[in-house]
Design a protein around this ligand. Sequence first.
Ligand SMILES: N[C@@H](CCC(=O)N[C@@H](CS)C(=O)NCC(=O)O)C(=O)O
Length: 217
Amino acid sequence: MTESRTLYGYFRSSAAYRVRIALNHKGLDYTQAPVSLVKGEQQAPDYLALNPQGLVPALSDNGVLLTQSLAICEYLDEAYPDTPRLLPAEPVARARVRAIAQAIACEIHPLNNLRVLNYLKQELGVDEEARNGWYRHWVELGFAALERTLANSAGPYCFGETVTLADVCLVPQLFNARRFSVDLTPYPRLVAVGEVLERLPAFAAAHPSRQPDAPPA
Ligand SMILES: N[C@@H](CCC(=O)N[C@@H](CS)C(=O)NCC(=O)O)C(=O)O
């Protein structure tokens, strides 16, 4: 059977960036269907029919529609067990990797999502400087804890010597932090791990600047 896989995403979406990394790392081919967040296409009826949450990414995998980046990554791990695994088999290691991934995806990222920043601006009248302060605050709080967590992990990556779901989440969050001018000097371990990861082909190819909907350089 010919495989067909479509990723609905946006070049700068860190959640879509996670899924691009996972697909690349696993060597799974996909085409991209860009959903422009700046044009509000995530709220268009045809996209809401795919993902009622109005968030990217969504992945169509051989006709099966999936949402939520962590759920998608875990699905890929389970549905394609012969590809490089993102979660360790051992339960404690698995829980530790999930904890790092969720510290980013469930604690840092949701507070800084576009719709949250828009709500601060449009409903609460928060100005740009304060919004950027809000953004940085939550990244700094999360990164400070992560920096301490990673001090105990041995290896070039977030958790040991193989790429895991934690790494899939870290690199997009670092990209976002730089975009919002977060000072990363207090997090040398995160930056060092990020530099190693960003050089890996699967991560490099997933970079926002290399996506079909990215503006020309
Ligand atoms: N927990 C979701 C988060 C998805 C998410 O927040 N996506 C953002 C882009 S990174 C989005 O679509 N935002 C649109 C909006 O805020 O209107 C996941 O991991 O997939």
